[in-house]
Ligand binder design. Structure first.
Ligand SMILES: [Zn+2]
Length: 232
């Protein structure tokens, strides 16, 4: 699959379009990612880039509607409200001195310089994500008769977790924002890739056996996944 970037103007704003050819595609496919709002066009073998862009312009109303339905960005700053393990918490910048972050009631309390707030809260969330994910991985991996190698917490853009062939698993730090059942579902999902490296029938049977309520978590992600990507 060859991928290419183009820019196009829709209602006076320039948008980056990702264009790729896919010989398995049967028609032109236009997509607005519900993870990061990226626009992509997939072309079948016989269609040209020009036809793809024409198709996009013809459907620009739909594209703009998708983009406008996107939730707004929520930066890490004083009084911002962000979810933490599925519950809304307000960031409170309590003091300029010190270097401390803790949770008190439904607040994330920050001590430190204002210019460090965003960076420090993010790395604090990375740490919390790592702790919780390792706990969940250790309590679920025993069902599989396999071992994972290392767990990494990363700023993943287009997935919640990635399991490599060497048994290293990366997870999105944003899972700490989601309810625990969602985090657990992703952990179980990636652990099951230690046994099945695909998304075939056996894979899903394994996930469901370990985590029977997976539908609930998958639906939650489908509805709320975009919002998590707007935080920070
Ligand atoms: Zn998977």
């Amino acid at each position: 699959m060859v991928s290419k970037c183009k820019y196009i103007k829709l209602q006076n704003r320039s948008y980056q379009i990702n264009i790729k050819k896919d010989k398995r595609a049967k028609r032109i496919i236009l997509k607005v990612s519900n993870i990061d709002g990226n626009i992509s066009i997939t072309l079948p073998k016989y269609e040209s880039e020009k036809e793809g862009l024409k198709f996009l312009l013809k459907n620009q109303e739909w594209v703009l509607k998708q983009l406008n339905s996107f939730p707004k960005k929520v930066p890490f700053k004083n009084l911002s409200e962000i979810p933490y393990m599925g519950k809304m918490h307000k960031i409170i910048h309590l003091s300029k001195s010190g270097n401390l972050i803790y949770i008190y009631k439904n607040q994330i309390v920050f001590f430190g310089k204002k210019e460090n707030l965003s960076k420090n809260i993010k790395s604090w969330l990375y740490g919390k994500a790592k702790n919780e994910i390792i706990k969940l991985a250790n309590s679920n991996v025993s069902y599989l008769g396999k071992k994972y190698n290392k767990i990494y917490i990363k700023d993943l853009k287009s997935s919640w977790g990635i399991c490599g062939p060497s048994g290293n698993i990366s997870f999105s730090w944003r899972l700490i924002l989601a309810p625990k059942h969602v985090m657990e579902y992703i952990v179980v999902h990636e652990l099951c890739h230690l046994v099945e490296f695909n998304h075939g029938k056996e894979f899903w049977q394994l996930v469901t056996a370990i985590f029977p309520q997976r539908d609930l978590s998958q639906n939650w992600l489908k509805i709320n996944g975009v919002k998590l990507h707007m935080i920070g």
